[in-house]
Design a protein around this ligand. Structure first.
Ligand SMILES: Nc1ncnc2c1ncn2[C@@H]1O[C@H](COP(=O)(O)OP(=O)(O)OP(=O)(O)O)[C@@H](O)[C@H]1O
Ligand SMILES: [Mg+2]
Length: 271
């Protein structure tokens, strides 16, 4: 007994294979409608995971389940386990404000507040009790990190809504970074951007992936192939519940999918 207790950890021990985020047998309901069915997956740290699949298969629902954003919608229900660093996030003692600080979110349409560029980034740190001049330093660091500082540093008091769509999306990423998250969820972050702004956001994602777990929902297969190292392909089963058809390294999903539905989707035959 004593001998086995002192054995060194192997690659199969949970600590060696730990995921930043994970789901285990997760079902999600909007009222009586089951939108997610038996989803289990691990999201790797310091990597980009793409969630792909046809419209309505539950990609956004899955993303929002990772930081309890779905709770803002009445009559919703989650079962199964959603884990951050191996700990359940739906437990009774979890502080949702802290959870959403740890897991940031960037939406499809850039959604800066109708306030100055500076205040958009400062709002999170201030809410979490940070004071000037700390806040000023965080704003500068976050805007630098989001590759926006040089463009806005002379107009920080100007309205965020006067920025271009691409700049607004970078600002929203800076706002997410300002509270020092550990993971960032992005729901089609480039769908309202032109190709040049899309490339800028993609470059930023790749850079941020050195530090954070990033989960991105995208309908753009080239984008998934360009930026992600893992891809989760979702589908709808016959009763319209979202299921995970296939989850694997992006290079395998795009060259040698095992699931016929994945192959049909990525080759444009469905969706
Ligand atoms: N607030 C809601 N109330 C009820 N049903 C919802 C709600 N939001 C989404 N649904 C349903 O849940 C299912 C999954 O929706 P979801 O938005 O997660 O899909 P998606 O894969 O993100 O689609 P898209 O690619 O079009 O964004 C759909 O059938 C949708 O109609
Ligand atoms: Mg969606």
């Amino acid at each position: 007994m004593e001998e086995s207790a002192t054995q060194p950890p192997t690659a199969a021990t949970p600590s060696a294979t730990a995921a930043k985020l994970a789901m285990r047998h997760v079902d999600f309901h909007y009222g009586p409608f089951r939108a997610l069915k038996d989803i289990s997956l691990d999201i790797h740290d310091r990597a980009i995971t793409a969630i792909i699949g046809p419209s309505g298969c539950g990609k956004s629902t899955l993303l929002r389940t990772f930081n309890r954003m779905n709770e803002l919608i009445p009559r919703t229900r989650v079962t199964g386990d959603v884990l951050l660093d191996g700990t359940g996030i739906y437990g009774p003692d979890v502080d949702v404000a802290v959870l959403r600080k740890r897991i940031g979110m960037v939406f499809q349409r850039p959604n800066p507040f109708p306030a100055s560029i500076y205040d958009n980034v400062a709002i999170g740190p201030r809410r979490h009790g940070r004071k000037e001049p700390d806040v000023q330093e965080i704003v500068e660091r976050s805007l630098c990190r989001a590759a926006l500082w040089d463009e806005v540093k002379d107009g920080l008091k100007g309205p965020a809504l006067a920025l271009s769509a691409g700049q607004q999306q970078l600002l929203c990423i800076a706002r997410a970074l300002a509270v020092e998250p550990e993971a960032i969820l992005m729901d089609e972050p480039c769908s309202s951007l032109d190709p040049a702004a899309t490339l800028e956001v993609e470059e930023l994602m790749l850079e941020l992936a050195q530090e954070y777990a990033i989960v991105i929902v995208t309908h753009n297969m080239q984008q998934a192939a360009r930026v992600s190292s893992m891809s989760a392909c979702m589908m709808m089963d016959p009763d319209r519940a979202g299921v995970l058809a296939e989850y694997d390294a992006t290079s395998l999903i795009f060259t040698n999918p095992k699931d016929k539905r994945t192959e049909d989707y990525i080759s444009g035959r469905i969706g």
